[in-house]
Write a protein that binds this ligand. Structure first.
Ligand code: HEM
Length: 509
């Protein structure tokens, strides 16, 4: 065949593809409109006017989605209906609506939709985080509750937490001694990743930790609004490049985890009886888990354990630096209760009332899981008089709820003392502040997170002298956010960290 006729064929094929795409898009619009008409048959929650084809997706394309959704709630109320491409999403933004979804009708809303992330990285939704509400979910939940997050297990990792925190301080002091500033986020993420992998499978090589840190960072950047998920017809064309990126990320994670699992299996078959059992061993011994599920469940906890708590600590120190009086009050409490002759221990945490208030206020103002993980209805129901069909995706805007002026006085002010005079806690019983969510899907790592976050904040404030780069003051510390699966501080908090207590205190540690 001549070159020109080949080119002609290619051109014809391209034009045919374009026509097919156009036809598919047209069909898609028809189906979508049909779906909309069908949906309109009930009484739907209100929502802003939608655009053809994309529905309300444009609201999420610019700025921070949790802010945009808060503005929509201000205008249309605490329960809104959004059409995001072919996916309908109900967003709730008040404590009453959260109680309805996460408590009263938790049995209906505690499922998960099938999402691209689950499909590509988290065992095709047969892990815990993305599992629908089924027997797999109940089994996974039971395994993590008993084998990872029982009080006994959490206590058994106390030495590991202390050792990891001391290592973190040592690194910070070495840098501080040389007058070098250090990113608090990097410091915390490294510490928590190494601690989490040791907790999960007893290993923590430097190269491995770095690789996992990269994987989790890339994962977090994905966010909840990948275009191809809401416009499935676009998936083969992958206009955002996310499908390819996630596939690559998945492969990187699976290769790494396969080598860790293989190594562990080899150790198990070679070792004598005194080998210490870890979480991975428990999973490998369970015949009803596939290897893909084991990798999924590990990723749930690697992601949950190494991103959320460090980001919360960075938010706490950010707010303390912006509020020197609050920092001083916390430091005074620590000096009074602990003194200056020893380091704070986890056993001290319950005696530190103001510290606990600082942790709660940080989680109120900066709940890193701002929109949680999407919930999904298993049957048709009514919420606040509106009809919610079966298979509707539901998001709870934890960020908006915790800043609701109807619930909180001066909601935007960082004021830990509000928790000193109130019995409100952050563990899922009070629906005005739900950093860990509530109900069947409540964060299973909550108790571990609360202790490690409080312990690290206490160490940083009591044992470390923290200063901003020269020339910067508390007024220069910003709270700009970066949206992803979790919300972190956009601009790195770079600090000079030195010893604050007599040297002998650290020598004895
Ligand atoms: C400050 C720290 C943390 C915060 C703010 C946080 C927050 C959350 C939130 C909001 C959810 C979603 C709940 C829902 O869908 O309604 C969640 C789920 C989850 N978290 Fe956490 N989390 C934290 C720490 C941890 C830790 C340390 C781990 C494990 C080591 C962990 C593991 C998980 C897992 C496995 C789920 C999925 C539960 C399920 O779908 O049933 N989290 N977390």
């Amino acid at each position: 065949m001549s070159k020109t006729s080949m080119e002609g064929l290619i051109a014809e094929f391209k034009s045919w593809s374009m026509h097919s795409v156009a036809a598919l898009v047209f069909l898609y619009i028809l189906l979508k409109d049909f779906k909309r008409i069908r949906h309109k048959s009930g009484r739907r929650p209100p929502g802003p006017p939608s655009l053809p084809l994309i529905g309300h997706f444009h609201h999420l394309l610019f700025g921070l989605p949790h802010h945009s959704l808060s503005k929509i709630a201000d205008k249309y109320g605490p329960i809104v209906w959004l059409d995001l491409g072919s996916v309908s999403v109900v967003v709730v933004s008040s404590s009453d609506m959260a109680r309805e979804i996460l408590k009263t009708q938790d049995h209906i809303f505690a499922s998960r939709p099938a999402v691209l992330l689950g499909d590509m990285l988290f065992a095709k939704g047969e892990d815990l985080l993305f599992s629908p509400l089924n027997d797999n979910f109940r089994l996974m939940r039971r395994v993590v509750s008993t084998q990872l997050f029982s009080q006994q297990r959490i206590d058994s990792f106390q030495d590991l937490r202390r050792e990891s925190a001391f290592k973190m301080m040592q690194t910070a002091f070495e840098e501080g001694h040389a007058n070098r500033h250090i990113s608090l986020s990097d410091l915390m993420h490294e510490q928590f990743m190494s601690m989490t992998t040791r907790m999960l499978y007893g290993m923590d090589g430097h190269a491995q930790t770095q690789q996992l840190l990269e994987i989790v960072r890339d994962l977090t950047h994905t966010g909840w609004f990948v275009i191809e998920e809401y416009f499935p017809l676009l998936k083969p064309f992958d206009p955002s490049g996310e499908v390819k990126r996630l596939k690559k990320l998945g492969q990187k994670y699976f290769d790494l985890m396969d080598s860790i699992i293989d190594q562990r299996l080899k150790e198990i078959s070679n070792s004598k009886s005194n080998r210490e059992e870890n979480f991975l061993d428990v999973l490998l011994a369970m015949s009803n888990f596939t290897r893909l599920q084991v990798k999924g469940l590990l990723l749930d906890n690697i992601f949950g354990g190494s991103d959320t708590s460090p980001d919360t600590i960075v938010w706490a120190i950010t707010e303390l630096l912006r509020h020197p009086n609050t920092m001083e009050r916390l430091q005074n409490e620590l000096d009074d209760v602990i003194g200056k002759e020893r380091l704070v221990e986890e056993a001290d945490l319950n005696k530190l009332e103001y510290l606990q208030a600082v942790v709660k206020e940080t989680l109120r103002l900066h709940p890193v899981g701002v929109l949680g993980t999407p919930h999904f209805s298993t049957e048709a129901t009514k919420v606040a008089g509106y009809d919610i069909p079966a298979s509707t995706r539901v998001m709870v805007n934890f960020y908006a709820i915790a800043r609701d002026p109807k619930v909180w006085e001066n909601p935007l002010k960082f004021d830990p003392s509000r928790f000193l005079i109130s019995p409100v806690d952050v563990k899922g019983q009070h629906y005005g502040v739900l950093p860990f969510s509530s109900g069947r899907r409540k964060c299973p790592g909550m108790n571990l997170a609360l202790v490690s976050v409080a312990y690290n904040i206490a160490l940083l404030v009591h044992a470390c002298s923290i200063s901003l780069p020269e020339g910067l003051t508390s007024l220069d510390v910003d709270v700009e956010e970066k949206f992803g699966l979790t919300v972190s501080k956009r601009n790195p908090l770079t600090l000079l960290i030195k010893r604050r207590l007599p040297s002998v205190v650290y020598a004895e540690a």
